[in-house]
Write a protein of this length. Sequence first.
Length: 146
Amino acid sequence: MRVLIQRVDWARVEVGGVDVGSIGAGLLVFVGVLRGDGPSDVERLARKTAELRIFEDSQGKMNLSLLDGTRDALVVSQFTLCASTEKGRRPGFDRAAPPDVAEAMVSEFASQLRTLGVRVSEGKFGATMKVSLLNDGPATFLIESN
C-alpha cells in the first residue's frame, strides 16, 4: 500500500463537474493498493496518516498531527501510485490490486481514519476525478506498507 500525503490549506474533488468531496486545512491523502496488501496494512497506514506530525506548532516546528487540531482528510483512490516505471516509457500496473479489492481497502482506510477521530471526505472510486488543492508548504510525504 502506498499513501501520498499532501498538507493543504484546502482541497476538493469533482466528478463530472459536481463537487463530491472537499476539506479546508488538513491532508489530501492519495491511496494506492498493491496486490498482497491486507487489513493490517490498512490499519497501520491509516494510524500513521492520522498520527504523522507534519503540522506546525506555535514555535513553527512540525509537531502536530491530524489528531491535534481541527484539520480534515480528503481520501482519494489513486491506482497510479502502484505503477512500475522501471522498464520502458509506459507505466505498468501489474502490481495494483484488482479494483474490487482496492475499493474495499480504500473505503476501510477512510473508515479507520474516522474511527481514530478524523473528519474525512472522499473522492469517488473508479471515477475520473478533478482534484484541486492549495498545497501548504509544500509538504508532501510518501508512506508505504513494505
